[in-house]
Design a protein around this ligand. Structure first.
Ligand code: CU
Length: 173
């Protein structure tokens, strides 16, 4: 890679101006995200849907807020043989879920994973998920520069009534 063209385009006065702006932004960000020094992605209200007898799939939900532009690219959990990132999409006027390669986490913007929306799909469950238990989830997040970070999450198991039925038919709104 040759970085010469990028360097030659820079102008010193502009850079000096931007420096002050960046410093201010950094201070605001640090104040609004306590604990962001180590973890760059905040995980709020994680939970996993409890299963009923014989059910072999479930969903995991949470709100993710990244301090800089990043993507959620993978999820792993010891309770499932396969874990995927899913989106809901309208097909023939019916909302259906389908796997995606990654979920964009724009800087400073909370991204909600919820029943009926983006979610983490836990497939080939190794056993029942009972209300009151905790499920360990490992999220892999990749920043714009391709650097990856793994985030450990403990998600409590909650009953079915916590949201809409997973994969339920829903009309667009
Ligand atoms: Cu799904």
């Amino acid at each position: 890679m040759n970085y010469q063209p990028i360097v030659s385009r820079r102008r010193t006065p502009l850079r000096a101006q931007l420096g002050a702006t960046f410093l201010l932004s950094a201070l605001v960000l640090a104040a609004s995200l306590p604990g962001a020094v180590v973890a760059e992605v905040r995980v709020d209200e994680p939970w996993v849907r409890a299963t009923v007898a014989g059910q072999q799939a479930s969903g995991a939900f949470m709100t993710l807020t990244s301090s800089k532009d990043a993507r959620l690219v993978a999820v792993e959990t010891p309770v499932a043989g396969v874990s995927e990132i899913h989106e809901m999409a309208l097909e023939d006027n019916v909302m259906r879920m389908r796997p995606i390669d990654g979920l964009a986490l724009p800087a400073g913007t909370p991204v909600e994973l919820r029943p009926g929306g983006y979610h983490l799909m836990l497939l080939e469950l190794k056993g029942p998920l009972n209300t009151g238990e905790n499920v360990g989830l490992t999220l892999t997040v990749e920043d714009a520069g391709g650097r990856r970070e793994r985030i450990e999450v403990q998600a409590p198991v909650r009953p079915l009534t916590a949201g809409h039925g997973h994969g339920a038919k829903m009309h667009g709104h």
